[in-house]
Design a protein around this ligand. Sequence first.
Ligand code: XMP
Length: 506
Amino acid sequence: KILILDFGSQYTQLIARRVRELNVYCEIHPYNNFPWPDETVKGVILSGSPFSVRDKEAPIPDLGQIKGKLPLLGVCYGAQFMAHHYGGKVEASETREYGRANLKFIDQTNELFFEIEKDSQVWMSHGDTIIRLPENYRVIASTADVEVAGYKIEGEPTYGIQFHPEVYHTEQGLQLLYNFVIDICGCKRSWTPASFVEETVASLKQQIGNDKVVLGLSGGVDSSVAAMLLHRAIGEQLTCLFVDNGLLRKGEYEKVLDSYKHMGLNVVGIDARERFLGELKGVSDPEQKRKTIGRVFIEVFDGEAQKIKGVKWLAQGTIYPDVIESMSVNGPSATIKSHHNVGGLPERMNLKVVEPLKLLFKDEVRKVGQELNISPTILGRHPFPGPGLAIRIIGEVTAEKVALLQEVDNIFIEGLRKHDLYDKVWQAGAILLPIQSVGVMGDERTYENVVALRAVTSTDGMTADWVHLPFEFLGRISSEIINRVKGVNRVVYDISSKPPATIEWE
Ligand code: XMP
């Protein structure tokens, strides 16, 4: 495997994803807290950083067990660190070097640049630049403005590059990573969905033995894939709980429960609609709604899990970005909204936790799901927030408002499917606004609700763009909603991007 030491760059996860794309397993660890490399580690990559090596508090890793002993590649800050720390000179560049550049010189004999073409485009993003290299360092690539775009240390497999091979704008970035990971480090390309399933099933069997496991299904991709992996490993020892909080999409509870049963899972459906709606009475603050729903979920789940005699494990669909975030150099990012709905579950339940997906990125979870023959309708489903329609009803949540919004949402989502737009959109939904507006229907004046439609594209939900849905489609959906859903006389479309807006309205 490859070890990636993180100095807090926004691109660190991208390096890991690229290495994984090469079918090589890798792990990200903080620069100041990583396991000493054992014989499974074939090479190390140092990430970029928001810091400058000249800062007083600049991160300094201990490379004693690594440099000169294992293949080592420094990217951006990583490259500057190894130049600065071992006797070279790094200074602020006169113009901040940002964006595209072309490699005007490449040492064609150097293995890191094998098959990389002269003039190939690379992506720079740094305020500092290396102006003098330590003695035994040799320049192996340059651009017009950056002489030391790449270097190698003589006599050891240590390399530095000041551009970012992991971003899409570096045309031959993947080739460069291939050269490092496969040719220089000698990694085998054996990390595939099939090998992951095989190894994980074997290790789950061993870890769990004859114990019983409980898992909460949400209808989403992660929990479904986690459930199927465990099912393959331990079969009937796994009990899945699927809670109906009354805030799901129209007909979703029945549909999803049914498909879980078809997948052979031992699943218990829990109708807790009244309990949730009762606790939400009088609550209109968004954070309060999230907290209430999170708490009630834990109580309901715990109550039901107690009924499973001798259960020892709680399984969760945690994925790698959550794990990295919680141990990252920067610490978990600031709470804009408290998304992690059921964070308190393991503590309360006093069970051991098993997280079979905690090494995977989202796209890998989908591939593993395919490998497990999970249906495309589950794997391709849009994300849906844990607190459900409650955070799409601005103000207090009531059963009537939920029913109304379910109808609106259903017309919109089914419309997307019918017009072949569902898979082009990352997430979509409807929001019930707390205002009424005047309309006219037949000869009558109406004074009814306004709903907003929202559809976005995104890769991870961190940033998002509104989707330019065809006007004809929006027009058709709008009339269908107004004609069919009693109580709605106006439909608007949300054209805000994130940032500065967020995807959900609450
Ligand atoms: P925002 O509104 O923050 O949403 O742009 C980003 C993504 O997160 C989802 N989301 C949630 N998911 N619990 C969840 O499980 C929550 O409380 C929550 N709030 C937002 C949202 O649907 C979008 O996919």
